[in-house]
Design a protein around this ligand. Structure first.
Ligand SMILES: Cc1cc2nc3c(=O)[nH]c(=O)nc-3n(C[C@H](O)[C@H](O)[C@H](O)COP(=O)(O)OP(=O)(O)OC[C@H]3O[C@@H](n4cnc5c(N)ncnc54)[C@H](O)[C@@H]3O)c2cc1C
Length: 446
């Protein structure tokens, strides 16, 4: 079979794939062909930036969202906004799309953006061969999996909705209807905002194991406390937690210590052994998430108002059963306090429990790669197993020389690899490594 050829194929055109493609186009010093595949036909957006609501804001200040770490003001200038502001995610999606379009134009045909689903990958002599649902076949020197989050599970009827990012999520909902949001993180907050935009009047319940809500950013970007965060890098988890509390007390609040820790989050993860990481995920993860991934101040104020008005109730408990019957769902929960079981009927239940990145058997490409031993899940079950250079490890733990992964699926290795500042840093490092690899390959061939 005849194949097309490319130097670097990127599978997935969400923020991660887009940032990598842009970086490659900016940094190449010899002609390099890059092919970016995205099955969604809206490259640059992925899950996070495809929202159609302008009330869904970035939870990161504009000044931290540049596509280029060496030009931190780039997004702020492009958007004409202040560095400390929180702007609509939609606007950021348009920025990523504009960066991709500019890179494609500057690359004069070297960046191809293909709206197709990559469904197969197999090694050949010195390339990897990709096949797509559209019937194309492409040989690439390097392949980067920027496949992002798992597609959500299928809905069960009208009432039990598994894809909180679907544009029709509240279609047909009675404005006085009862809504259950499963999860109390940033996705839940997005859903409350969407309901308020629709002038929803009915009761909203948000449920999670601990009922923790994301904290909010302070109105101004605070400076760090200059805390001695080295103290947090050794010892048992409980000891580290006690030290964190002491540092926070000395600094007059945890925010400044988190700020000091921000550039060292990856190193902090690496300072834990496997047992500690598992304990962290079991006991501390919800606390980490609500302090690390915060809501904009205006969103926090709005959320408090909906709670104070009695329209939103936040419950700590466990979802035991959900039975979707036509237009309603009958839900049984076990409350955390007292362990009591309660059953209620809701007009809409939305899964806001957070996106997962562990390799997905339901995804044709990942199922085939797992079956053929070309990749494996990391030991913590968070995503795709990679080494420190983002090289994908095969079934036996051997690092590929040609296959890489980028973004949230590499969480097991990097932990904090979901926010743009973290992704853009890894994308820049990976782009340099790929360009060096290509240059060495052509030097060896000549
Ligand atoms: C709701 C939400 C809000 C967020 N807000 C912020 C924020 O304010 N600030 C911040 O810094 N970070 C934010 N983040 C985090 C961050 O920006 C995301 O983690 C990031 O967008 C991840 O992008 P991605 O490309 O890795 O994954 P995804 O967005 O999941 O994109 C992956 C893409 O790959 C495609 N794909 C997958 N498999 C294939 C295949 N086999 N063939 C072809 N295409 C394929 C998918 O269709 C998808 O388009 C947010 C995340 C979410 C979910």
């Amino acid at each position: 079979m005849e194949h097309g050829t490319t130097d670097i194929a990127i599978v997935g055109g969400g923020a991660s794939g887009a940032l990598l493609a842009v970086r490659l186009m900016h940094r190449m010093t010899m002609p390099v062909r890059v092919t970016l595949f995205d099955r969604s036909a809206r490259p640059g957006l992925g899950i996070a930036y495809a929202t159609t609501s302008c009330a869904h804001l970035l939870n990161t200040r504009a000044g931290d969202m540049s596509a280029f770490a060496e030009d931190p003001d780039h997004f702020r200038r492009w958007a004409g906004v202040t560095a400390g502001g929180f702007v609509p995610r939609q606007l950021y999606g348009r920025y990523l799309q504009a960066m991709l379009a500019d890179a494609a134009a500057a690359g004069r045909g070297r960046l191809q953006i293909v709206a197709d689903d990559v469904v197969g990958l197999r090694p050949a002599a010195s390339d990897l061969i990709l096949t797509t649902a559209g019937g194309a076949s492409l040989a690439a020197r390097f392949v980067v999996l920027a496949t992002g989050y798992r597609p959500p599970a299928a809905d069960t009827g009208l009432a039990w909705r598994r894809d909180p990012w679907g544009s029709d999520i509240f279609d047909g909902l009675d404005p006085a209807g009862q809504v259950l949001l499963v999860g109390t993180g940033l996705t839940m907050i997005d859903m409350v905002i969407s309901l308020m935009e629709r002038d929803h009047l009915g009761q909203i319940v948000a449920l999670s194991r601990r009922g923790l809500l994301p904290r909010t950013h302070p109105p101004d970007a605070g400076a760090g406390a200059g805390a001695d965060t080295d103290l947090l890098f050794a010892g048992r988890l409980s000891r580290r937690l006690a030290r964190f509390r002491a540092l926070s007390e000395a600094a007059g609040g945890w925010e400044a210590v988190m700020q000091d820790l921000r550039p060292r989050n990856g190193a902090l993860w690496h300072s834990l052994d496997d047992r500690q990481r598992r304990r962290f995920l079991r006991h501390l993860r919800p606390w980490w998430e609500v302090h690390r991934h915060r809501a904009p101040p205006s969103v926090g104020v709005g959320l408090k108002a909906v709670i104070a008005a009695g329209q939103l109730t936040v419950l700590a408990g466990r979802l035991l059963a959900i039975e979707a019957t036509g237009e309603q769902a009958r839900v049984t929960v076990q409350l955390r306090e007292g362990g009591r079981h309660e059953t209620h009927v809701f007009d809409r239940v939305v899964d806001c429990s957070g996106a997962r990145c562990d390799p997905d058997d339901a995804d044709r490409l990942q199922a085939q790669m797992l079956r053929d031993g070309l990749m494996r899940a990391d030991r913590l079950g968070l995503g795709i197993d990679v080494d420190g250079r983002d090289r994908v490890l095969d079934r036996d733990g051997v690092a590929s020389q040609r296959l890489f992964a980028l973004g949230p699926p590499t969480r097991g290795r990097h932990w904090e690899i979901t926010a743009i500042p973290d992704i853009r840093r890894r994308a820049a490092e990976l782009a340099e490594a790929l360009l060096v690899g290509l240059a060495q390959g052509s030097a060896a061939a000549s």
